[in-house]
Write a protein that binds this ligand. Structure first.
Ligand code: RP5
Length: 169
């Protein structure tokens, strides 16, 4: 169904409601490549391809996925509906689509889930953070990946400290 990025079985599924979300969602894939986590990426629409969404979510765990990153804009029901159909953790990325109400439509559609069906919602268009969060989840059970996430965060700290020391000079 979904296109895998290499020969290794994907651990993270990146899905999005439309190919128009791809420019935003690519940042999640970039972080997963950085951490060396195999992933797959495809379009699954809650409204335009509802049966495909059900099939994808129902099969995800048995296919070996560990985390799903779902991005959508507008009436962004994809992450929540997928979360209702799988026990896997779902990270939701609110995408600011072209006809959005400043992105609030996407944010609230993904964030305001009912009790019992959580979606880990990142900030508007923050697919990069979704990739890092997926890395942290996989890294909690895989020391090699955990070390890569730790190194990434150490790099951020180093960068800030370098800038801070320049300001002091
Ligand atoms: C949502 O509608 C998609 O996730 C996208 O963000 C938005 C607009 O989709 P297109 O009309 O560009 O295909 O389902």
């Amino acid at each position: 169904m979904a296109k895998a990025t290499n020969n290794t079985a994907p651990q993270v599924g990146i899905i999005m409601g439309s190919d128009s979300d791809l420019p935003v969602m690519e940042a999640a894939a970039e972080m997963l490549r950085h951490f060396g986590i195999p992933y797959e990426l495809t379009v699954v629409s809650a409204h335009r391809t509802p049966m495909r969404m059900v099939e994808y979510a129902k099969a995800a765990r048995d296919r070996g996925l560990k985390v799903i990153i779902a991005g959508a804009g507008g009436a962004a029901h994809l992450p929540g509906m997928v979360a209702s159909l799988t026990p896997l953790p779902v990270i939701g990325v609110p995408v600011k689509s072209s006809n959005s109400i400043d992105g609030w439509d996407s944010i609230l559609s993904i964030l305001q889930m009912p009790n019992g069906i959580p979606v880990a919602t990142v900030a508007l268009n923050a697919a990069k953070n979704a990739g890092i969060l997926a890395g942290s989840m996989i890294g909690a059970f895989d020391a090699g990946i955990g070390d890569k996430v730790a190194a990434y965060k150490a790099g951020l700290e180093e960068e800030v400290l370098k800038k801070a020391s320049k300001l002091q000079d």
